[in-house]
Design a protein around this ligand. Structure first.
Ligand SMILES: Cc1ncc(COP(=O)(O)O)c(C=O)c1O
Length: 379
């Protein structure tokens, strides 16, 4: 590498460090004793016996790798079975398994919109969606977070050009979401293509756990849904659901993320399929997840933290100052809680935060101990 390039990289990193925004990897140990309030395994399914058994059986039967991209030989009967189950669960005719949610979003939004199209995206949609949109060549306009009045104004100005509206159902760093019934009504009135990321809602929301569309009574309403296997489903990988076969066929033919990459390992597909069954069977427990979310939010509010109302598993504690967030995360870690400090550019400048990730099985004593540790951490 040239000295000029090395210096350029060092300067960019130094600039980040000077703003308290440099990131470092930390290898976690398998037997980390801290209470985990940081990952996305909301239902604890990554260690569920049925999920582990399905993955182990797939490892024995199919080996550790898909060993090829899907159009070569990487697409197996397991992937096909997973797609059928996902499509049926969410109420869509077509599903396509992809290697990650990042790849799925980048593929959908990089390949479907084209130059001359308009994409209206919520200000806080995930980086993978923004990357796809920018690559597509379409015009991107971002509307204020969850502000459907602002979206409606933009739609009125959109004219006849093909228009996409891009939202999440549970926002990954804020744990809130838009009114999906209103979005569905807007889509029916304006005829845009609605792309909805249900990554953080799947498993937690909806009577059968298929997500916020189900919970809000608009199952199957969005034109295209992206979901992940790597969060509440406790596995790895992702999927795209759509009503039109052309969407799936376009991704199968044109999305580089799908065509040119070794397909999802069969064991991950098998784990996802087993987790889907477990998540569905948790229906009677689902109200308790939402009660848990409300109780944590109430406790945090009582302790003086401004937390948004809601029932999702994600609760943001906004500090603003990146260094203060890091200090709080360190102090909580010493008290036995693993929490993630989220800093710009993952979240907008001035909104560095602790992102609490709640999970099935958290007890009242965990909440009380956390609240007391948090008070100490910010004192
Ligand atoms: C809303 C959202 N969509 C997509 C992704 C990417 O999913 P994956 O981790 O499967 O790449 C994430 C990851 O955190 C996310 O928060």
């Amino acid at each position: 590498m040239s000295e000029a390039l090395r210096r350029r990289l060092a300067e960019a990193l130094g600039e980040r460090a000077s703003r308290g925004l440099l990131r470092r990897l930390r290898a976690r140990s398998a037997d980390d004793p801290r209470v985990n309030l940081a990952d996305n395994d909301y239902l604890g399914l990554s260690r569920h016996p049925e999920v582990l058994a399905a993955a182990a059986e797939a490892l024995r039967r199919w080996g550790a790798s898909a060993s090829a991209s899907p159009l070569v030989t990487g697409y197996t009967e397991l992937h096909a079975a997973l797609e059928s189950a996902l499509a049926e669960w969410h109420g869509y005719p077509h599903a396509l398994v992809m290697n990650s949610g990042y790849a799925a979003n980048a593929a959908v939004l990089g390949r479907l919109p084209a130059s001359g199209d308009l994409v209206l995206a919520d200000r806080l949609v995930h980086a993978s969606m923004v990357e796809g949109i920018l690559r597509s060549g379409a015009r991107l306009i971002r509307f204020p977070h969850n502000d459907l009045d602002a979206l409606e104004m933009r739609l009125a100005e959109a004219g006849d050009r093909p228009t996409f509206v891009v939202t999440e159902s549970v926002y990954s760093m804020d744990g809130d979401g838009p009114d999906l019934a209103r979005l569905a009504a807007l889509r029916d009135r304006h005829g845009f293509t609605w792309v909805l990321d249900e990554a953080h809602a799947t498993g937690w929301h909806g009577a059968t756990g298929s997500g916020l569309q189900e919970e809000q009574g608009v199952r199957g309403a969005a034109d295209i849904v992206v979901g992940t296997l790597g969060k509440a489903l406790g596995s790895q990988g992702a999927y795209v659901l759509c009503r039109d076969a052309e969407v799936r066929d376009t991704l199968v033919n044109l999305a580089g993320e799908f065509v040119y990459s070794t397909h999802l390992a069969p064991a991950a597909a098998a784990a996802g399929l087993a987790a889907l069954g477990v998540a569905r069977a948790l229906a009677p427990e689902r109200p308790a997840f939402h009660a848990l979310s409300r109780e944590w939010r109430a406790g945090l509010a009582e302790a003086g933290f401004a937390v948004p109302y809601g029932t999702s598993p994600i609760v943001p504690l906004v500090f603003g100052d990146p260094s203060a967030v890091l200090r709080a995360a360190e102090a909580l870690s010493s008290s036995g809680f693993l929490v993630s400090a989220i800093r710009p550019p993952t979240v907008p400048d001035g909104t560095a935060r602790l992102r609490l990730s709640l999970r099935r099985g958290l007890r009242e004593v965990d909440r009380e101990a956390f609240l007391s540790a948090l008070k100490g951490a910010v004192a």
